[in-house]
Design a binder for this molecule. Structure first.
Ligand code: NAD
Length: 489
């Protein structure tokens, strides 16, 4: 499969004609060849998006008409769901069932923002000045640079593309250089849906080249980024060039709090799902388990038994429960953290190595791993591993567990397991996180804002705030009875 980038309504190679091979992390086979763009390609795309915004009709197209086009994209995603899901699995290694669920969510995100496009017609406010009126309107921000990670390539792209287009912006999107395939396919669908030339542009390449150009450019009005904290900091600095609007969805180290009065079986089952889903490569992974002392040992025993049974394999195989990690480099990072955990004195309860099966040797597999006897000062507790590694701590009291859970630089998500409704609410209100689940883990949907407290990010995606990110607020004041003010006599 050989693909191109999309700039100003044309499918193009990179200016240098350089290409990159895209690898299936299950077996390292080359699945596609794509252009490798760089700063010059990004500049051309930004110029196209600038022109489409400043001189094109998109921003002034009635919002309901923009909504219809965004809705059409949702329909095309549903039409091509099987192809998209397979591409996502080949590109990321995640199981097909996960990819199919992603595609359903993605279509829903486009439908949600399509519907929201014409719902905020502005507001009339009470003016304190006699014989005047004041209205508040929301307008598109302008040219939006959008940079996405490799773990949920199309889902993260959808959270950015759908609201940006619905609000009347023009975009230049750059997917992760290692997982661009579904974003390319959806760009084809945007073209088919009737998104005008120059409104949606796709540039492929690395963060250091294309990503940096988008972040630095004076012609980009907003940069929306999903990825790691260190990259987020660089983007913030680069965005200061022209004081861009910024939206950052960064990492997480998400605590999963299990009280002794929780439904034991459900909490065990969901604790596994919380961390080992997509091999732990999830920003909201419940990688940090805190269990009340009186049930700790029994809980860990049940977890370890079930962890041993997790079946690794090819994401396309229906019996596979977990795929490989994304790359050799990423697996090496996970392995370093496991070594660090041992050095720090945590107890390795299960996993801690690569699997031995012959059929997994060409993939970047790592066994689901659990560390017990962990303490809050350890780096494996404080830092995001982003792999199939669960740490377990014990706690004695509600006060202690709230303090432990809040004691990291992150604030993306967390969960509380208890059958005491009042306690659940009390704890949820004290957790400094953008999402708290009570007796569940992972649910997110288009209607609910998503984002982080503390260093997990700035701004919100999804929900009404997800559309507001892509708008500027304007106050229009009209004096209905203008008179001289005689300030200067
Ligand atoms: P990453 O930060 O390495 O890369 C993300 C994107 O940024 C890629 O497209 C990359 O090419 C680009 N990039 C890299 N350096 C850049 C630079 N200097 N300037 C501009 N762009 C640059 O992250 P990753 O490894 O792809 O993804 C994993 C991270 O993403 C994890 O930390 C995870 O928690 C986070 N994440 C967060 C959310 C969320 O909703 N908060 C969702 C998914 C992933």
């Amino acid at each position: 499969m050989s693909k191109k980038m999309f700039i100003n309504g044309e499918w193009v190679d990179s200016l240098t004609k350089e290409t990159r091979q895209i690898i299936n992390p299950f077996n390292q086979e080359v699945i596609a060849k794509v252009p490798e763009g760089n700063r010059e390609d990004a500049k051309v795309a930004i110029e196209a998006a600038r022109k489409a915004f400043d001189q094109g009709d998109w921003a002034n197209t009635p919002a309901n008409e923009r909504g219809k086009i965004v809705y059409k994209i949702a329909q095309l995603i549903e039409r091509d769901k099987a192809e998209l899901a397979k591409l996502e699995t080949l590109d990321t290694g995640k199981t097909l069932i996960e990819s199919e669920a992603d595609m359903d969510d993605i279509a829903e995100v486009f439908r949600y923002f399509a519907g929201l496009a014409d719902k905020d017609g502005g507001e009339v406010i009470d003016s304190p000045i006699p014989n005047s009126d004041s209205i508040i309107v929301r307008e598109p921000v302008g040219v939006c640079g959008q940079i996405t990670p490799w773990n949920y390539p199309l889902l993260q792209a959808a959270w950015k593309i759908a609201p940006a287009l619905a609000a009347g912006n023009t975009i230049v999107i750059k997917p992760s250089e290692i997982t661009p395939l579904t974003t390319i396919k959806v760009t084809e669908l945007m073209e088919e849906a009737g998104v005008p030339a120059g409104v949606a542009n796709l540039v492929l390449g690395t963060g250091a080249t294309v990503g940096a150009e988008l972040s630095e450019s004076n012609d980009v009005d907003l940069i929306s980024f999903t990825g790691g904290i260190e990259t987020g900091k660089k983007i913030m600095q680069a965005a200061s060039n022209n004081v861009k609007n910024i939206a950052l969805e960064l990492g997480g180290k998400n605590p999963n709090l299990v009280f002794a009065d929780a439904d034991f079986e459900t909490a065990v089952d969901q604790a596994l799902n919380a961390v080992f889903f997509h091999a732990g490569q999830v920003c909201s992974a419940g990688a940090r388990l805190l269990v009340e002392d009186s049930i700790h040992d029994e809980f860990v025993e049940a977890l370890v038994e079930r962890t041993k049974k997790i079946k690794l394999g090819n994401g396309l195989d229906a019996s596979t429960q977990s795929g490989p990690l994304i790359s050799a480099e990423h697996r090496a990072k996970v392995e370093k953290y496991v070594e660090l955990g041992k050095e720090e004195g945590a107890t390795l309860a299960v996993g801690g190595s690569r699997p031995e099966e012959d059929e997994l040797q060409n993939g970047f597999f790592y066994l689901p791993t659990i560390f017990t006897n962990c303490t809050a000062d350890m780096r494996i507790i404080q830092e995001e591993v982003f792999g199939p590694v669960l740490t377990v701590e014990r706690f004695q009291s509600e006060e202690e567990v709230v303090s432990l859970a809040n004691d990291t630089i992150y604030g993306l998500a967390g969960a509380v397991w208890t059958t005491d409704g009042l306690k659940a609410k009390r704890v949820a209100s004290q957790l400094r996180m953008g999402t708290v689940w009570i007796n569940d883990f992972h649910p997110y949907f288009a209607q609910a804002p998503w984002g982080g407290y503390k260093q997990s990010g700035i701004g919100r995606e999804l929900g009404k705030p997800g559309l507001e990110e892509y708008t500027e607020t304007k106050h229009i004041f009209t004096n209905l009875d203008p008179q001289p003010v005689h300030w200067f006599k």
